[in-house]
Design a protein around this ligand. Sequence first.
Ligand code: PMV
Length: 332
Amino acid sequence: MTCVKFARASAPAKVMLFGEHFVVYGCPAILGSIDKRVSVTAKQSESAKINISSNMGFLASYSSESLEKPGPQFSEAQNTLYPIYAAVHDVLKDHFEVDGRHHGVEIDIKSDIPWGAGLGSSAASCVASVGAVKSLFLKPEKEWVYSRALGAERIIHENSSGADCNISTFGGLIYYIKDTRNKKISSKAELSLVVLITYIKHSTGSQVSFVKNFRNQNRSLFNDLASRATRVCDKAVSALRSGDVIKLGELMNENHMLLKDLGVSNDEINDLIRFCLDNGATGAKLTGAGGGGSVVALLSNENQTSFIRKMGKKGLRQSFPVRIGSYGLLIE
Ligand code: PMV
């Protein structure tokens, strides 16, 4: 077994175009990797510690010997970075058995993905960390990285659909159903998309729990929304294949209404969506878990530049165009 001191991997963020939340309950979703990435450097160290630092301002240290459990003793950084720690610990564990000794690692995360914005930064960090740490020992298969990163995500969000880890590992534009293989979609049109970020950071876990309670209390309404979301998603596949961006925009609007009925939107998201539609977007919806986070808007190619200018003039929010379909996990 080769064993190197230093390895690096990167993985992309994502936008969910259709199906968030419903995907947790077996409905389909459509999502694409975007041209924002997280890059992780892993270095072996002599100490039995997993130290993680991130350019998002987080710095945390954990034991590499036994998996620490989160609790009141944890700092905010330790809580935030916990899925990455869990993923890295799991990878190192395999090598304790081989080598019979404890390795420590230093993980350095450089991300240009806004944190807590519904763009899959946590999943991308897990995927890139698993990829980098495993590469200290041998070059991993993508399937393997995906399953390990998902396992770690599920320690925190036990119902996670796996969509974020999947797209971040494999990249592209995909039709995804929980616990099945994803299907690549080829879009006839080049999608001109803009992401607008609200000032409210969200917690995926609390949004998913909110929906779980909603579902428990309103089972038949939830089932109705879920079957409508499934139909919207299936129609969106046809619109993508035929390059019908007007139809695709309408379907995004329809999907947003379903998310609103589910209770995961809020005034700030709805105001941003109104701004997008008033300024020429063919469709706009929240993307990710909602309750804050981001909005994704579909524009016609001609009005992308003027749309960004209008956003800038308003000076209210961060916004940036995104290109769909960038490559997934890259081991450098
Ligand atoms: O906001 P994000 O990037 O964490 O997206 C979560 C997507 C959900 O559908 C709400 C949850 C899931 O497990 O798919």
